[in-house]
Design a protein around this ligand. Structure first.
Ligand SMILES: Nc1ncnc2c1ncn2[C@@H]1O[C@H](COP(=O)(O)OP(=O)(O)OP(=O)(O)O)[C@@H](O)[C@H]1O
Length: 423
């Protein structure tokens, strides 16, 4: 990435769009993007899943289906948002697609990458998990830089890696916190929202062609959520990356950034299709979004059955949440959207996208060196990990040493030493 690009990159949360990308933010006028591949490499990643079931075994109490026959697709240059009430299976769907399901789960159905059954090779995909697993003693800049050293190939110079790290930090609006420690238990550092952004930085450093994000905006205020999501969306539009994100409560501005929407309730699809057409789908089935209400709030309110509250159906009086979900799932199964999803999936099957190429990363030796250095920095700064341990070992040494203090070198002293050793 050119240094000039770094210098000219926008200041805190100011994002510059050219007219084409601005236009692309209007979901109704957005055109399918040309797939150019990331970093000038081979084309994008098409992901399809058909009749996907995920079952979890609960030991003696039997098994439970978390996902029930989901079908869908994600295409390069598009953002697919997975939405639904808490516990509906959003993270499970992401995990299943990314091949990260736990050992007590089993899955059936077909998941294809570029029309082939193949594993996601190194560097092709990245996954931003819901929990931030960061080294608390490092500063934001260090955390991202070490990650760049570990992930990017040896053929890239250190200065380029530093540039990439700095650029990514700027893109996530973290430049003001670059020298602040991440912090954790007992040590105040950056805020929860900033930690979220550091986690995203670390994952997008390698410019993966397929990006999974699990609740990327949790802990962010609405402005930060918008800037972070729009940054991710606009970058990926430019490079033809495929983004699949689960999200809880997008503002209407964030919602407008999504191309497709997968709405789940208790592991079943309530809606899959263009995000901008979801409103029409709900209206036509008797659940119109009230004026001045955020459509995504309305969708979630309608399909959340955790709280018993009847919902107004435009032409059928009040309906229980169960009934509303039933109406919508059945309506989806018989809708044009469902047919279009099936058509899209079979069209993607026919495309021969080819096998994914593995990207190179830092060599084993380099990774060992970077990890050792990072570990020393961490130990040096962590009072509990390093200094207290040192004090304990010192006290132990002194305590053990005093056992033999002034024992002498005579025959009887040797006997005493042996007795002390046995003791
Ligand atoms: N490995 C597992 N073992 C047992 N239960 C599981 C497992 N994975 C998921 N579940 C259950 O499946 C359901 C869906 O979980 P999941 O994490 O996918 O929901 P979610 O929609 O992402 O929720 P949230 O929005 O709260 O993160 C939950 O009831 C969860 O307890």
């Amino acid at each position: 990435m050119a240094a000039s690009a770094l210098q000219s990159s926008p200041s805190h949360f100011e994002i510059e769009y050219d007219s084409a990308s601005m236009q692309s933010h209007n979901p109704k006028t957005r055109k399918p993007r040309e797939v150019v591949g990331s970093d000038g490499e081979d084309g994008g990643v098409f992901l399809t899943w058909e009749d996907l079931w995920v079952t979890v075994s609960n030991g003696k109490s039997g098994s439970r289906s978390i996902l029930q026959g989901l079908t869908g697709y994600a295409r390069p240059g598009e953002v697919l948002a997975i939405m639904g009430p808490s516990g509906c299976g959003k993270s499970t769907l992401l995990d299943a697609l990314a091949g990260r399901l736990g050992s007590n789960t089993s899955q059936s159905g077909i998941i294809l990458v570029n029309g082939h059954k193949q594993a996601l090779s190194y560097g092709t995909s990245a996954y931003v998990t819901q929990d931030d697993t960061l080294i608390t003693t490092l500063t934001v800049g260090e955390a991202v830089y070490y990650s760049a050293l570990l992930q990017l190939p040896d053929s890239m110079s250190k200065s380029k890696k530093k540039e990439r790290a700095d650029m990514t930090i700027r893109e996530m609006g973290l430049q003001d916190a670059i020298n602040t420690r991440i912090g954790g238990w007992g040590v105040k550092g950056i805020s929860g929202g900033q930690k979220r952004r550091v986690s995203i930085c670390i994952e997008i450093l390698t410019h993966p062609r397929l990006l999974f994000l699990d609740e990327p905006t949790s802990g962010l205020d609405s402005a930060a959520s918008y800037y972070v999501m729009s940054r991710i969306a606009s970058l990926d539009r430019q490079h033809g990356r495929t983004i699949i994100t689960s999200i809880h409560q997008p503002s209407s501005e964030v919602f407008a950034l999504f191309d497709n929407l997968c709405l789940l309730s208790s592991g079943r699809t309530v809606y899959f299709g263009p995000a901008h057409a979801a409103d029409e789908f709900f209206s036509s089935n008797g659940f119109p979004c009230p004026t001045h209400q955020n459509p995504s709030d309305h969708f979630l309110k309608t399909i959340n059955k955790d709280f018993e509250e009847d919902i107004e159906q435009g032409f059928g009086g009040k309906k229980s949440k169960e009934e509303a979900i039933d109406i919508l799932t059945k309506a989806y199964k018989s809708s044009d959207n469902f047919q279009q999803v099936q058509t899209q999936v079979s069209e993607i099957y026919k495309q021969d996208g080819g096998a994914l190429k593995k990207r190179s990363h830092a060599s084993f030796l380099n990774q060992c060196l970077v990890l050792t250095r990072r570990s020393f920095v961490n130990m040096y700064r962590d009072l509990g990990y390093y200094w207290l341990r040192l004090a304990i070992y010192f006290a132990l040494t002194v305590a053990l040493g005093t056992i033999f203090h002034n024992v002498g070198y005579s025959y009887s002293s040797i006997k005493v030493r042996n007795t002390q050793r046995v003791l």
